[in-house]
Write a protein that binds this ligand. Structure first.
Ligand code: NA7
Length: 541
């Protein structure tokens, strides 16, 4: 190989969010030359972008922070059980500065294309501004919910007021008092925005396509005693997360619902409805996510909670999902969400009854009437997991485009690699564990595994790694089997690779297998096995 074919860096990392920050830390530790390319003008990823009112964790703060440094754990004081966006962004900046990582990050670098150089076995990464970087390995830390999507409604660009997707909420304060505001979308994001702004705006009109099953977050400040307790129990907290399928603190009740008398069921359900965070989803009887009868009974329990919180019975029924059971899509956690609909200034429009026909310069028109707004908030979600890859023109061996390879099914080996794309390592790849868990818990697993792999390759003189096609199809088979157990596999959502605003989604009669639904412990076990067997399923050369 000639001198000019040597890449500039051992590794190029795309993205300075939760994953990119920890990855560059580990690469420094390994003594590898590396750079992080980040489109924003600072680190933070999701927490840099999502500045909409109400943006906060649904994970307990102390399960979301990094676990790799005892010193960091000891010195960082979380102020709330579920920290808001500003605090989380401060935390991530603190980590970057504490470990002196900013010097390895380049901001304002929007990656447009990445091409594998077959002769030199390295990646060429091109930015939108034309600059190019080369790295032996390309590590994508591009996030799982970072490709925001807008609805395809005629006239969308004609609106003359303010209009933002929640992901691109402005950095400057936004005046809401007295404003006539529309929110389109009622996923986890819409639910947070609506709850937060209902009592701050003049009028709020919510356009709902499908309601979700929402439940109380029960956030609270962390007082000094609690904080001391948390700090002294970090080992235990992370051990519980490690053993938990979703990387959370909330373990299921090991009993099956049908083995428990109705009265006892209700006791548990009342308890988990009153408990913090995802208890209401994950602290349930073991079969509620897989047995339709158990799921239906629990869904009815939650429906009654909604009915008891919303005064107008017609609105309450509109807010109760009829097309899917509890927990088969992402459960939004909320703070007085349902109570927002009891306010005089808030109304709920079901767009199945009265579809939005067009956006107009002054608002929007449904099949029933014209509405005038000062602000339209699009809480319409993301082209999840593969969207961020699709927005980069990625080309592997023999000029194959990743977008094409994944059009039918986003197949990977362990979510870490995809065949035909040597030296591309994915921190939040489809069918992997990090996209299925409390994100930082999964990310630490992925970063550690990839870093160990890079160390192993260096020690053994390898400079190329590629997933084998047969191992990849066996992994897909396994992922598919894990999906079949879950009721969520039958429901359209980003777990099953569906977004109505993206071309091509929904054109297949099968769902796409986007996440690894077998649980974090099983996933980690497989990762460890693969590494112990000299990275079986991969070709190293
Ligand atoms: P989600 O969960 O994908 O929610 C998007 C919402 O927007 C959902 O209610 C959609 O309705 C609605 N939507 C999307 N397109 C349209 C159109 N064209 N018209 C009307 N309504 C529409 O995204 P979030 O940002 O809320 O949450 C993403 C994740 O971020 C979340 O899981 C957390 O982990 C953090 P639909 O249900 O598709 O009918």
């Amino acid at each position: 190989m000639t001198e000019s074919q040597q890449p500039q860096y051992d590794a190029v990392v795309i993205g300075a969010g939760v994953a990119g920050i920890y990855q560059i830390y580990r690469l420094q530790e390994l003594g590898m030359s590396a750079t992080v390319l980040e489109a924003a003008d600072g680190p933070g990823g999701t927490w840099y972008w999502n500045r909409y009112p109400g943006a906060r964790f649904d994970s307990e703060s102390y399960t979301y922070g990094y676990s790799f440094s005892k010193e960091l754990l000891a010195e960082w004081d979380w102020s709330e059980h579920f920290a808001g966006q500003a605090e989380t962004l401060r935390y991530l900046n603190h980590v970057v500065d504490k470990f002196d990582l900013r010097q390895h990050m380049q901001f304002g670098c929007k990656v447009k294309a990445a091409t594998f150089d077959e002769d030199g076995s390295f990646w060429r990464v091109r930015l939108e501004d034309g600059r190019e970087f080369t790295g032996r390995f390309l590590l994508t830390a591009i996030g799982m919910l970072s490709a925001a999507t807008l609805p395809r409604i005629p006239g969308r660009d004609s609106f003359e007021g303010d209009a933002w997707h929640t992901y691109y909420w402005p950095h400057e304060p936004v005046e809401l008092a007295g404003k006539r505001v529309a929110v389109i979308g009622t996923g986890a994001t819409g639910v947070q925005v609506i709850s937060e702004i209902a009592d701050k705006v003049g009028e709020l009109t919510v356009f709902q396509r499908r309601p979700n099953w929402c439940a109380p977050l029960h956030n609270d400040e962390i007082d000094p005693t609690d904080l001391a307790d948390i700090k002294s129990s970090y080992d235990e907290i992370f051990e519980i997360c490690r053993r938990n399928a979703g990387g959370f603190l909330h373990s299921p009740d090991p009993r099956k619902m049908r083995d428990v008398p109705r009265e006892e069921r209700l006791d548990l359900w009342e308890k988990i409805y009153a408990a913090r965070g995802f208890s209401v989803w994950m602290g349930n009887f073991i079969d509620v996510g897989i047995n339709p009868e158990a799921n239906a009974e629990y869904s009815e329990f939650i429906a009654d909670k909604i009915r008891s919180r919303v005064h107008d019975p017609v609105t309450a029924e509109r807010l109760i999902p009829k097309d899917h059971g509890f927990g088969t899509r992402r459960v939004p956690l909320e703070t007085r969400y349902y109570e927002a609909y009891n306010r005089e200034n808030v109304r709920l429009i079901d767009i199945n009854e009265t579809p939005i026909e067009r956006i107009t310069p002054t608002g929007l028109t449904t099949s029933e009437q014209d509405y005038e707004f000062d602000l339209i908030i699009y809480a319409t979600g993301f082209d999840a997991i593969t969207g961020a890859f699709d927005r980069i023109n990625m080309t592997g061996s023999g000029g194959v485009a990743l977008r094409e390879k994944w059009a039918e099914s986003p197949d990977t080996l362990l979510g870490m690699q995809t065949s035909g794309f040597p030296n591309l390592l994915m921190l939040s790849g489809p069918q992997g564990g990090s996209v299925s868990t409390n994100y930082p818990r999964g990310i630490e697993t992925a970063v550690d595994w990839i870093s160990d792999l890079l160390g192993y390759m260096r020690d053994h003189g390898y400079r190329r790694i590629e997933a084998n096609a047969e191992a990849e199809s066996a992994w897909r088979q396994h992922v598919q089997e894990m999906y079949q157990f879950q009721l969520m596999s039958k429901v359209k959502s980003w777990f099953t690779g569906y977004n109505s605003n993206v071309d091509g989604h929904g054109k297949h009669d099968h769902q796409r297998y986007m996440i690894y639904p077998g649980g974090a412990p099983r996933y980690r076990e497989r990762l460890e096995e693969v590494a112990a067997n000299g990275y079986e399923g991969f070709t190293l050369s």
